[in-house]
Design a binder for this molecule. Structure first.
Ligand code: FES
Length: 166
C-alpha cells in the first residue's frame, strides 16, 4: 500500500492538504541515502576493471587509478606520467589539478619520448617542445615544430581520474 493511501486508510477524516503535509513530513524523517551522481556511479562501475597497470580504457574514455604505483609521480607538482598505450600524457600542475594531453607528438607522432623542461613537454625524438597552456594547440603528427599539446578534459573522483579523449 502506498504511503498516501496508508495514511488515508488510518485517518479518513484528513483532508487532501493534511495528507500531503503529513506525507512530506514523513519523507523527511526517512533515512537519506548519499546522493550519487552519474559520474560517481560510472567510477564505481569501472573501479573493478582496472588492469594491472592501473588504468582502464573504454571507447574514448581512459580511467586511471591514481593510487596505483605507476602514477605515483603525479603526487608531486610538475610530476608527469606518459600512459603510452592509452595515448595520454598526465601532468600535475598544482596541488589539486592534473592536466591530460594527447601524447602524440605534433611533429611526427612519436608517443614515448617526452621530458618536461621549463613547463614544456619536449619530444626527444627531434627535440621540439610544446606548451601545456593550451596556447595554439597543434594536432598529432601535423609536422608542427611549435605550439601546444592538445589537452583533454578530466574528471576526478576520489583516486580515480577520467580522461575523455576528444
Ligand atoms: S616526433 Fe617529436 S619532435 Fe619529431
Amino acid at each position: 500500500m502506498k504511503r498516501r493511501n496508508f495514511i488515508q486508510h488510518l485517518c479518513p477524516a484528513l483532508t487532501i492538504t493534511q495528507i500531503a503535509l503529513l506525507s512530506s513530513c514523513q519523507n523527511e524523517d526517512e533515512p537519506v541515502a548519499p546522493a550519487t551522481s552519474a559520474e560517481e556511479k560510472e567510477f564505481q562501475r569501472v573501479s573493478a576493471l582496472f588492469n594491472t597497470d592501473g588504468f582502464f580504457q573504454e571507447g574514448k574514455n581512459v580511467f586511471v587509478n591514481l593510487a596505483h604505483k605507476n602514477f605515483s609521480k603525479l603526487a608531486d607538482i610538475s610530476g608527469f606520467t606518459n600512459v603510452i598505450e592509452a595515448g595520454i600524457l598526465l601532468l600535475k600542475t598544482d596541488a589539486t589539478n592534473i592536466k591530460a594531453f594527447d601524447n602524440c607528438c605534433p611533429h611526427q607522432g612519436a608517443r614515448g619520448a617526452w621530458v618536461l623542461t621549463n613547463g614544456r613537454f619536449k619530444c626527444q625524438n627531434h627535440g621540439n617542445s610544446y606548451n601545456t597552456t593550451e596556447t595554439n594547440p597543434v594536432g598529432c603528427d601535423s609536422n608542427s615544430l611549435s605550439g601546444g599539446l592538445v589537452r583533454y578534459p578530466v574528471t576526478l573522483y576520489k583516486t580515480y581520474l577520467k580522461v575523455v579523449k576528444a
